[in-house]
Structure formats: structure tokens, C-alpha cells
Design a protein around this ligand. Structure first.
Ligand SMILES: Nc1ncnc2c1ncn2[C@@H]1O[C@H](COP(=O)(O)OP(=O)(O)OP(=O)(O)O)[C@@H](O)[C@H]1O
Ligand SMILES: [Mg+2]
Length: 259
């Protein structure tokens, strides 16, 4: 029997036949502001609230920013930090460096910190978030695949189930470097469209090994005091959602005449 870990988002667990298989390396990919970090907070909180300890690596936001964002969704990261059940490794310059700040933002340094954190937290620590992996290869996109593989291989031995985010560029809609998607055991793709002048966000499970998962795109909502929830599957194609209904109707009429 496969053990599955809750994502912290009940509907998403349902779509994943119960959750993420233990030991998996799951890539959360997508454009800015689509909900990747919020999903990472839910995954971390799902562990913390059950008494587990967790490691959260944040490369683009400070430790304080992560704690504040979590608090807005009623996730008490501050207490977990104080109780020594949560270690947040961050990469930002701070006035006083501490043992959990990254100086060089390299994969090697990050792995060292994560392993040190795991030793400090002990056996109750099985969830790890790396948000984001993109920071490690901004200057060398060709390294993405090799380094994703190294991270997965080394951290797997330490018994982690991993959420790793990867950003897609606004200009091209594709990843900085390629590779994490091939190495990952699972891919959850976060998307967005502007429909009738309103920003709407979606996610789709593009891959989850050993899992009979849902194949539809789901509209999601990020709500103050609650966090991320899934609303409904898309009834139409993503392209249709992006266009006003009257335009879609005209295209259909033209297409049916031509056909
Ligand atoms: N308290 C809140 N209430 C409602 N919505 C919020 C709240 N805090 C954040 N959000 C929404 O969540 C978005 C940020 O989502 P998130 O940080 O998960 O994006 P991301 O996919 O990680 O982006 P990036 O790739 O830039 O890190 C904000 O732009 C905002 O729309
Ligand atoms: Mg983010």
C-alpha cells in the first residue's frame, strides 16, 4: 500500500486519489502570482498541524514574508518556528546572517542546509518545500535538469516528500531552463487567464506517477483567511475561457460554415 501525504487542500487530495505519494518529488510550475507559493504553504501546514516538523526553503521571499503570508491564511508558522518544528531557509540578504541563510544561492549550499536542518529536526520531518528552484539556474538554465536530478537523488535518501516550484516566464509561458518536469514524479501546473477583465487562476495535474488522478483543469480561488480552494472544473477549453463568449460564438459560426 502506498502512503499518501495530504496537500492541505481537501479537494486537491481528492483529485489525487488521497494525496501525494510519500517520497515523491512534485514540481509546482507556472507563471507569477498563480498560487504556487500558497500551495506550498498549505502542504507545509498540513504537516505542521499534525505535529510533524517541516523544512521550507524560500529563495525569492524572506522568511518573514513567508510567515506573514501564512498568517493571512490562518496558518501559524510563527509558533512552529518557535517550537523548533519548522526551519525556514532563506536566501535574502539580512542584516545579521544566521545559520539558516543561504549566502551563495547554489544547489550545493541549499542541499547542505537542508540536510543540516533534517538532522536538527529528526525523524518527524518528512516534508520539504523548495520555493523556488528557478533561482538556482537563472544564470545557467542548461543546468536545470542535471541539478533537479541531483536534488531529487540526494534528498530522496533522507526520506523527504518534496514540493519544488519552478517559474514560467511571462513572455514565453515556459520554464527558465528545462528539466524539472522530466525529473519530477508529479507536475501540478498553475495557470491564469484574464476573462472579461477578471484574472482567473487554474491548476491542472499534468503528471502524478502511480496515481489515477483527475485530468481536468480546475479553477481556483485564493481567499483571505482561508487560502487556496478549488472551485470547479473548466467546462470549456482554456482558450475559450480567455475569450469573451460572443467572440467564441462568432468563431464557432465561421468554423462551422467553413467545415
Ligand atoms: N491574503 C490574501 N487574500 C487573498 N489573496 C491573496 C492573499 N495573499 C495573497 N493573495 C493572492 O495570491 C497571489 C500570490 O500567489 P503566490 O504567491 O502563490 O504566487 P506564485 O505562483 O508563488 O508566484 P511567483 O512565481 O511570483 O512566486 C497574490 O498575487 C494574490 O492574488
Ligand atoms: Mg511564489
Amino acid at each position: 500500500m502506498l502512503t499518501r501525504l495530504s496537500t492541505g487542500v481537501p479537494k486537491l487530495d481528492e483529485l489525487l486519489a488521497g494525496g501525494v505519494p510519500e517520497g515523491f518529488f512534485v514540481a509546482l510550475v507556472g507563471m507569477p502570482g498563480t498560487g504556487k507559493t500558497v500551495a506550498c504553504l498549505h502542504f507545509t501546514w498540513a504537516g505542521l498541524r499534525q505535529g510533524e516538523s517541516c523544512i521550507y526553503v524560500t529563495t525569492e521571499e524572506s522568511r518573514e514574508s513567508i510567515v506573514r503570508q501564512a498568517a493571512q491564511f490562518r496558518m501559524d508558522f510563527q509558533s512552529a518556528l518557535r517550537e523548533g518544528r519548522l526551519i525556514i531557509v532563506d536566501a535574502l540578504m539580512r542584516e545579521r546572517e544566521d545559520e539558516w541563510s543561504l549566502r551563495d544561492v547554489t544547489v550545493e549550499e541549499m542541499l547542505d542546509k537542508v540536510i543540516a536542518a533534517k538532522k536538527a529536526l529528526g525523524r518527524g520531518c518528512r516534508r520539504l518545500v523548495i520555493d523556488s528552484m528557478s533561482a538556482f539556474w537563472l544564470r545557467a538554465p542548461v543546468k536545470a535538469r542535471e541539478q533537479s536530478y541531483t536534488v531529487k537523488r540526494i534528498l530522496n535518501r533522507w526520506g523527504f516528500t518534496i514540493y519544488a516550484t519552478s517559474q514560467y516566464a511571462i513572455t514565453t509561458g515556459s520554464a527558465f531552463g528545462w528539466g524539472i518536469e522530466h525529473v519530477a514524479d508529479g507536475i501540478i501546473h498553475f495557470k491564469r487567464t484574464v476573462s472579461n477583465g477578471v484574472l482567473r487562476r487554474y491548476l491542472i495535474i499534468e503528471k502524478m506517477r502511480q496515481t489515477p488522478h483527475d485530468l481536468r483543469a480546475w479553477e481556483l480561488e485564493i481567499v483571505d483567511g482561508q487560502g487556496l480552494t478549488l472551485l470547479r472544473p473548466l467546462a470549456r477549453r482554456m482558450e475559450d475561457e480567455a475569450l469573451p463568449p460572443e467572440v467564441v460564438e462568432r468563431i464557432r459560426r465561421i468554423a462551422s460554415k467553413e467545415g
